[in-house]
Design a protein around this ligand. Sequence first.
Ligand code: NAD
Length: 283
Amino acid sequence: MTVKAQIIDGKLLSAQIRAELAAKIAASGVCPVLAVVMVGNSEASRIYVRNKQKAALEVGIKCEIHTLPEDVTQEELQQFVRDLNQNKEINGIIIQQPLPKHLEVLPLLQLIDHKKDVDGFGPINLGLLMLRSPLAVVAATPKGILQMLKSTNVNLQGKHVVIIGRSNIVGKPLAQLLLNQDCTITVTHSKTKNLPQIVSKADIVVAACGCPNMVKSDWLQEGAIVIDVGINRSSEGKLCGDVDFDDAVSKASFISPVPGGVGPMTVAMLLENTYEAFCAQQG
Ligand code: NAD
């Protein structure tokens, strides 16, 4: 394996961001509160939520986990969110996804007070992002990816970014965020034709499609920057991304690994969003 690319170490970068945040929170003597709403008791959701809670506590953010029964109705859940909106002790609200099949997520995202929408998934924050407003709460994963790109010190202006995946939580908000940085964006998805050929034109590739090890070195332009968002299990049961790291590392100039790349940055950005929401609410 020829190693050429520099590694974008999300674990290290996120640790620095969390340490700075912890120092800021300690110095101001405050305690922001994040409410996580979880429906049912899926093992995966419990692990994700516990990790968020642990990371929050370490920086001085209180993270309340509200677990509602699997058979909660849409209306009961919406009333629960309305109550959190009204509760002045709560600064941030997130709804752990996926939800059970009988529940619709969109009405809930529309309901969360946009100042407490620290996931940035609601229509007001997405609209503010589109309008390039500094008031937008930017979704944690795209925000973390931008920090990772900035950490390379490469000038982003005019760079052609190919994003693989158009989800509401990664691909679409990331496209807008990087457009606001004067990048040129191509968003691709499962119906895109000639994907490798499109990817080969990219200065920056962001893979967020949930396809284990899909992006190969022969898809890449020499020296491309590669950010891997995917969290998958390979056929051997190993945690892996959407990029074939061992192969792509020989062609990229910078590359983020899985694990230890985008994942820890997402958590750090959620905490940053919660602190910023707290500050905005204090005026
Ligand atoms: P999603 O399932 O909502 O969306 C996947 C997108 O990829 C869709 O737009 C789909 O059209 C596209 N796609 C699927 N197969 C494709 C293919 N063969 N070629 C091109 N496009 C294809 O997924 P998501 O929630 O955006 O997550 C994507 C991946 O990123 C998953 O592996 C997920 O676990 C991971 N993820 C990681 C983080 C993190 O913090 N690291 C955060 C969110 C998601």
